[in-house]
Design a protein around this ligand. Structure first.
Ligand code: UDP
Length: 213
């Protein structure tokens, strides 16, 4: 794809990820933080793959002057997610709507920052429309930080579910905390998310109700 962008002069976007920060020791995470990634762990193929992609984008930009944009996407959710894609928001909502046990991995004290899809799309569009010399990487995420236990409790409350919370083993190398520093996105893109978690959860709950999961 980078070769094609070079040939055609197209602008090209790398949809990178907060996973480039690994299990971060700097909190919240600014773009200047280089991350804390285990290169040989179970998550490495994803984390290191995305880090390598950022490297290739930067090399093509430096060597061939191609127009690149790099966004680091934090946990995103919203309508049209697949019911069983395995991510935490869809898992919990589908479990709650069916009054099945809510599966927390570990003790639920790990944190994530969840952004609603509409906020994310607005950030991406602004990034693609930004001036050519702003290439990123730029964090696109919602700085509201919640423990996974808090998320489970919110979902149970908003769905009036009878589900019980159960605790299962934590996957290896599961990051303990995640929260974007969005100072750069605010400054360069005039962007900040506007849909809080409770509102976004209501919308995704309505969606999963409408598709009868
Ligand atoms: N998680 C959980 N129960 C689930 C699915 C995920 O407790 O049914 C936890 C997972 O271990 C992680 C967090 O929720 O700590 C977010 O997981 P997800 O896969 O959605 O995103 P990522 O870990 O890539 O940020």
């Amino acid at each position: 794809m980078l070769g094609l962008a070079k040939q055609t002069g197209a602008k090209i976007l790398q949809a990178s990820t907060s996973e480039v920060y690994g299990d971060p020791v700097v909190h919240p995470q600014p773009e200047s933080y280089w991350g804390n990634v285990n290169p040989i762990g179970e998550r490495s193929c994803y984390d290191e793959g995305k880090r390598c992609a950022e490297t290739l984008f930067m090399d093509y930009h430096r060597k061939h002057g191609i127009r690149i944009k790099i966004v680091r996407i934090f946990n995103t959710y919203g309508p049209n997610m697949l019911a069983h894609d395995g991510r935490v928001v869809s898992n919990f909502v589908v479990q709650a709507l069916n009054n099945k046990d809510i599966t927390i991995y570990g003790d639920g004290m790990q944190t994530r920052s969840f952004q609603y899809i509409d906020d994310f799309i607005e950030g991406m569009v602004r990034m693609m429309d930004s001036r050519d010399d702003f290439i990123g990487p730029v964090n696109i995420g919602n700085p509201g930080e919640f423990t996974i236990l808090e998320l489970a409790e919110k979902v149970i409350k908003l769905t009036n579910s009878k589900s019980k919370i159960i605790f299962q083993p934590l996957p290896f190398d599961d990051p303990k905390q995640r929260k974007p520093d969005i100072t750069l996105a605010k400054k360069e893109l005039g962007w900040a998310p506007c849909i809080p978690l409770d509102e976004g959860l209501k919308r995704i709950i309505s969606y999963f109700k409408s598709v009868d999961v």
